[in-house]
Design a protein. Structure first.
Lengths: 112, 116
């Protein structure tokens, strides 16, 4: 069983819709990453969170360490947001990036 | 800056053949990582390096070897390729061990390897 679970696995939306992707984990963590994998395969780091909320453009990431849950929100979604979104957690005891545990990803398709 | 550069992008190997996946970064990052991504699975760490001359095993190291003779290069060697090594391979780097907003993970574009 993967220690990091993402939902939904697949998500189809219409342009302009508000998107939420969820990530839950079964172990204590020190931080969590959200990554975006483009259809061409390249992976880009979006956020790294250890508490609270972070915002970058139309993307918002939140985390509740105690409840073992993080969400990635996309406001006013656009077809160019179509990608696979991956969360990755750093478990406690304290570790570095070599300790990342990855979710399986959420494939988002935004239709025009 | 080029960031993290991986070559080749695609490769088909026959069972038992060997090859080296190249990874170079021009950001002077100390930490470098090799991952494999199988369909429907999360990324798995193969090997990582915390600096030139220092490497360590990740979660799935069997069948692979690495070296880190310079800060820039972190090649991954496959000896005696097997069908189970069919996967997409990603190299990544970061400035600090604990990636942060100011020191995110940087990924290469991946190498799609098929072993038949």
């Amino acid at each position: 069983k993967n220690e990091v679970e993402q939902s939904p696995q697949n998500l189809t939306a219409q342009e302009g819709e508000f998107i939420t992707i969820n990530c839950s984990y079964s172990v204590g963590i020190s931080a969590l990453h959200w990554l975006q994998q483009h259809p061409g395969g390249g992976i880009v780091s979006l956020f790294m969170l250890s508490s609270g909320k972070k915002k970058h453009g139309r993307l918002i990431a939140t985390i509740n360490i105690q409840e073992k849950h993080s969400s990635l929100h996309i406001t006013a979604s656009h077809p160019r947001d179509s990608a696979v979104y991956i969360c990755a957690a750093i478990p406690i005891p304290q570790g570095g990036s070599e300790k990342l545990v990855f979710g399986k990803g959420t494939k988002l398709t935004v239709n025009p | 800056n080029a960031g993290v550069t991986q070559t080749p992008k695609f490769r088909i190997l026959k069972i038992g053949q060997s090859m080296t996946l190249q990874c170079t970064q021009d950001m002077n990052h100390n930490y470098m990582y090799w991952y494999r991504q199988d369909p429907g699975m999360g990324l798995k760490l193969i090997y990582y390096s915390v600096g030139a001359g220092i490497t360590d095993k990740g979660e799935v190291p069997n069948g692979y070897n690495v070296s880190r003779s310079t800060t820039e290069d972190f090649p991954l060697r496959l000896e005696l390729a097997a069908p189970s090594q069919t996967s997409v391979y990603f190299c990544a780097s970061s400035y600090r061990r604990e990636s942060s907003y100011n020191s995110p993970l940087h990924f290469g574009n991946g190498t799609r390897l098929t072993v038949t």
